[in-house]
Design a protein around this ligand. Structure first.
Ligand SMILES: [Zn+2]
Length: 381
């Protein structure tokens, strides 16, 4: 068990911050060192858990040293090359992400810095770690940034029916795919699953359950990847139905797009907001965002939304998700609605206070205000 649930280990709470106590840098202090005790396999530690031991604290120590030494001397000291793709962003400055992580390991008590060969520096490791610790990571792959993705998304030409109604196939398919990336699901999806789950998603939001059309159209717009024979037919007539039925291709977001929206909270918000602004203004986008699994977690950006939170666990689950629970502010049994303004992302402590703390009524009132304000704010970004 690598990711603990506090409720299962009540003794861990004594390790957490006292109420309102902050570190000198203003960040909540969080006890985060306990999970090594549960490991039996030392090699597992070296392969995977070495990175998980890191908290924001060590990363920021490495960032401070990088600032002191400058890029060249820092990279030379730790023996790293310049980051080819993923860069950590702190206070508007960018840093070589892999070198920062390797150096940060040396700030753990009793640990040495990691060398470049000790771990890989891609999206699945360093990008994942840093974004799960709440840092912003940008992917400097030539040709794609959050800004460029927004331009590309805004330039789609969704199909218009003869009565002038704009079909929502493409924006819906994109939000579905961004939601899956956000949940850490695999980039490419088998066609049978796409046909079922995307088909049902389209149908719930007023379109025919025909994912063939948006997938083909988005492929031709450079926003979808299809693992099948070429050419992919254009997105009209019966050709796509026949082609997908006979080839059953796996498909999903192109890799740079997937990595960007999976690992950069900022890019995910920008992409979803661009799609909503441009194509979904006149429809119930709240319901669509909720259904895509985006609304509340996207709004929370991976952090507890309680205004009274004194610190959330920095660990992540085995699936790479922050330990947050998305919950109804008012229990459904008491008339709550399944709507983002009725939902809140909470860390386990705040969740427990909301459920059984003696201040729960006041907290629920505050959570309603926060959820409403933050929900509106994210849509107006
Ligand atoms: Zn909290």
């Amino acid at each position: 068990m690598l990711a603990y649930e506090r409720s299962e280990y009540p003794h861990l709470r004594t390790n957490g911050p006292q109420h309102g106590e902050l570190a000198a840098n203003g960040l909540p202090m969080i006890g985060n060192r306990l999970r090594l005790a549960t490991l039996s396999d030392a090699s597992a530690y070296h392969c995977r858990v070495a990175l998980r031991e890191l908290s924001r604290h060590e990363i920021l120590q490495a960032v401070a040293e990088y600032d002191r030494l400058g890029q060249d001397r820092f990279l030379e000291k730790y023996g790293f090359g310049k980051a080819r793709s993923y860069r950590l962003v702190v206070d508007g400055k960018t840093y070589d992400s892999k070198a920062i992580v390797g150096a940060a390991h040396g700030f753990l008590p009793g640990r040495e810095p990691l060398a470049a060969a000790d771990f890989s520096g891609g999206a699945a490791t360093v990008g994942h770690l840093l974004s799960s610790l709440g840092f912003q990571v940008t992917q400097a792959v030539p040709g794609l940034t959050a800004g460029k993705l927004v331009v590309q998304l805004s330039a789609l030409r969704p199909y218009r029916s003869p009565d002038g109604r704009q079909a929502l196939y493409q924006p819906l398919a994109l939000l579905w795919a961004v939601g899956r990336a956000h949940q850490g699901l695999a980039r490419m999806t088998e066609w049978s699953e796409t046909e079922t789950t995307l088909g049902e998603f389209l149908e719930r939001h007023g379109e025919h359950p025909r994912p063939h059309y948006p997938v083909a159209a988005l492929y031709h717009a450079g926003l979808w990847d299809i693992a099948g024979p070429r050419p992919v037919p254009p997105a009209h007539g019966n050709a796509p139905l026949r082609w997908f039925a006979s080839n059953q291709p796996a498909s999903g977001l192109p890799e740079p797009v997937y990595n960007l929206v999976r690992y950069s909270g900022e890019a995910r918000v920008a992409a979803a907001a661009a799609i909503v602004d441009k194509y979904l203004e006149n429809v119930d986008y709240d319901a669509i965002l909720s259904d895509a699994g985006l609304a509340v977690l996207l709004r929370s950006e991976g952090h507890c939304e309680s205004p009274r939170c004194t610190g959330e666990p920095q660990d992540i689950t085995d699936a790479g998700h922050p330990i947050l629970e998305v919950d109804h502010i008012q229990d459904l049994a008491k008339g709550g609605l399944d709507h983002p303004e009725q939902m809140i992302a909470l860390c386990p402590n705040c969740h427990a206070i909301k459920t059984r703390g003696c201040t729960r009524e006041r907290l629920r009132h505050e959570l309603f205000m926060v959820a409403g304000q933050r929900h509106q704010a994210i849509l107006s970004r």
